[in-house]
Design a protein around this ligand. Structure first.
Ligand code: ATP
Length: 594
């Protein structure tokens, strides 16, 4: 197919903002592709999207920066780089610069005496750009530039303009997926719903286009998820009232902890390979070699697509760590180091496909059951904590339980017959409930040790975390606020058994009010300075129980040990009343729905 046909369409697309016209231009272009060479429809679609292939392929990028493009234009137009740069300053668009200079370039050299210049084809442009992308290693920069210059030389000035813009990643046609889908539906003689459904299950518009034009609408209708190709994720709506949530869901729902991590779509391929896609469908496999291992050993199927949330955990206590920690890990270049410093767990919440079975059209209870069967759970790789709820009270209680364990809230999901997996849609089958009860913590508090937990991993043989409490003046007792396992140096950890020994008690000490049962109880004596990220409502901790909200106490989220306060006795610790004040003074408003 002539590249000029594509360029004509690009030019027209650039000139309009009307959706109807955009769809009409695309429809004509696709018709032309079908006439000329329908096998390249996928590539034409990617090209219109300004790409050579979907990002998740993980293929290299073209990899020529602005300087390189300038050099290529100078070579192709036979002018000095300075001249290209000068004109670029003036015009502000390298595409226009190429067009202008190529128009002036002498079409001379030997070419003049050889045969008439052949018309550039789309296939050639695409293949050349692909070749450039795959040029890697030593000397590849020069080779990339020379190859691009060669391509520009073969192009008309107008074609050169679009090639340059494409290479620069600045095609910017304003064509959305929806317009491409509509045009594809027209040329394939079907409705846009049929194309869209296929696209939601296989987030590769080029591949879907190819099925549409080479195999037809019936084949599109048969499209199922395919391990290795990301599925567009189902998304949740949001409500802040438990009653309304239940009403929307028809009276009951499966409430699941909402984990604050990174969404992961985990694909197990028939050859045993595992690929992980992010919420935005980037291939993030390389960031999570540990998750790849968990999936390999934890998925009992030949092929499968499951979904879950990857969360950072404290290696010693197994407790969740803030989302920022996970992002810190993603930024680290040394993946092995990041893995040991910031280990992760996966909390699975859905199954999209397993061994030939498309699960997307099955109701949630069936999917959850299948997920239970397919996943061999371990500490690192397990199903989300979930509970069937049918009253606002149950829902609220479970919400507090989630928060108190360090999670974000709940996602409450429909369980009726129509509770399918709606790929690519935000709908009312999933409702997130993350009413914000958080209050930022800005100053440290002094808390009394009332219990301790045995350590794991590196902390085997000593204690891994302490149960700490505030002083409850009204009851002259100590009410728990959190379990703290972070912030201790290795020496401090090693010293813990000796330090706690004199105070260890067989039974719960009389003045301790706690719903949490530690591995050992500790009589109130030692005071530690602690800072956390937030103070939140908690159904578990007993500090200020019922004072702010019925049935809840207050807890500190993401607490860190700062130092011991040997100068303070237990009654000198921060009081629960003070913690209430701190909570109230920094309370954030309920988050606006997103
Ligand atoms: P948010 O910023 O609230 O995470 P979002 O726009 O990324 O929202 P939504 O679909 O609105 O996505 O909210 C659901 C998100 O919550 C999912 O994308 C997923 O990453 C996360 N999540 C955590 N736990 C669960 C769970 N049990 N079930 C479904 N999603 C969960």
């Amino acid at each position: 197919m002539k590249f000029s046909d594509v360029v004509d369409a690009l030019e027209r697309l650039e000139r309009t903002t009307s959706r109807t016209q955009i769809v009409a231009i695309l429809t004509n272009l696709f018709k032309k592709v079908i006439e000329e060479n329908k096998d390249i429809i996928d590539k034409v679609v990617y090209f219109i999207q300004g790409k050579l292939w979907p990002d998740w392929y993980g293929y290299p990028e073209i990899g020529i920066g602005e300087k390189g493009i300038i050099k290529a234009i100078s070579l192709a137009a036979n002018v000095k780089e300075k001249e290209v740069e000068g004109l670029y300053k003036q015009l502000g668009d390298l595409g226009l610069v190429a067009e202008r200079l190529m128009a002036k370039a002498p079409k001379g050299g030997l070419m003049m005496f050889v045969k008439k210049k052949e018309e550039l084809t789309f296939e050639k442009v695409y293949e050349t750009l692909k070749r450039i992308a795959f040029m890697q290693g030593e000397g590849s920069r020069d080779l990339k530039i020379k190859t691009l210059a060669g391509l520009l030389k073969e192009a008309s000035p107008k074609e050169a303009k679009y090639i340059v813009r494409f290479v620069q990643g600045k095609l910017r046609l304003g064509v959305g997926d929806a317009s491409i889908i509509e045009a594809l539906a027209h040329v394939a003689g079907t409705t846009k719903d049929v194309v869209e459904r296929a696209y939601n299950l296989r987030a590769d518009l080029g591949a879907v286009a190819k099925i549409a034009v080479t195999e037809g609408p019936e084949a599109l209708k048969r499209v199922r998820p395919k391990p290795g190709v990301p599925v567009r994720p189902m998304l949740a709506e949001r409500l802040n009232d438990p009653k309304e949530i239940l009403k929307k869901l028809g009276g009951k729902g499966l409430a699941e902890y909402k984990y604050d991590g990174e969404r992961a779509q985990i694909h197990l391929l028939p050859d045993g390979k595992v690929v992980i896609f992010s919420r935005r469908l980037e291939n993030i496999t390389r960031s999570y070699p540990d998750v790849v291992q968990y999936a390999k050993s934890g998925l009992k199927a030949k092929e499968a697509i499951v979904e879950g949330e990857i969360i950072a955990v404290n290696p010693e206590t197994g407790e969740p760590r803030p989302f920022q920690e996970l992002m810190r890990r993603r930024r680290k270049h040394d993946v092995a180091l990041a893995m040991s410093e910031i280990p992760v767990n996966v909390k699975l919440f859905d199954i999209i496909y397993v061994d030939g079975e498309d699960m997307t059209n099955k109701p949630l209870p069936l999917r959850r059951k299948r997920l239970e069967e397919v996943v061999e759970e371990s500490e690192e790789f397990s199903l989300s904590t979930a509970k069937l709820v049918s009253t606002p009270e149950e829902l609220e209680q479970f919400f507090h339980q989630s928060i108190s364990e360090g999670h974000e809230g709940l996602v409450v999901k429909a369980v009726h017959d129509k509770s399918v997996y709606q790929a690519g849609a935000r709908g009312w089958l999933w409702i997130k409930y993350k009413k914000d009860y958080k209050s930022e913590m800005v100053e440290p508090v002094d808390l009394v040790v009332v219990g301790a937990f045995y350590g794991r991993g590196r902390r085997g043989g000593t204690f891994g975390a302490l149960l700490v409490a505030g002083y409850d003046e009204k009851r002259d007792a100590f009410a728990t606020v959190c379990k703290v396992g972070s912030g201790f140096s290795d020496e401090e950890l090693a010293r813990l058994p000796e330090l706690l020994k004199p105070y260890i008690s067989e039974t719960k000490p009389p003045r301790v009010i706690s719903n949490v049962k530690p591995d050992v109880w500790v009589r109130p004596a030692l005071v530690a300075e602690i800072i956390g990220a937030e103070i939140t409502l908690s159904p578990i901790h007993t500090c200020a129980k019922d004072e702010v909200s019925a049935g809840s106490g207050l807890a500190i989220r993401f607490p860190r040990f700062i130092r011991w306060r040997p100068d303070k006795g237990p009654e000198d610790a921060t009081t629960c009343g003070e913690i209430v004040e701190m909570y109230k003074s920094r309370l954030k408003k309920v988050e606006e729905p997103t």
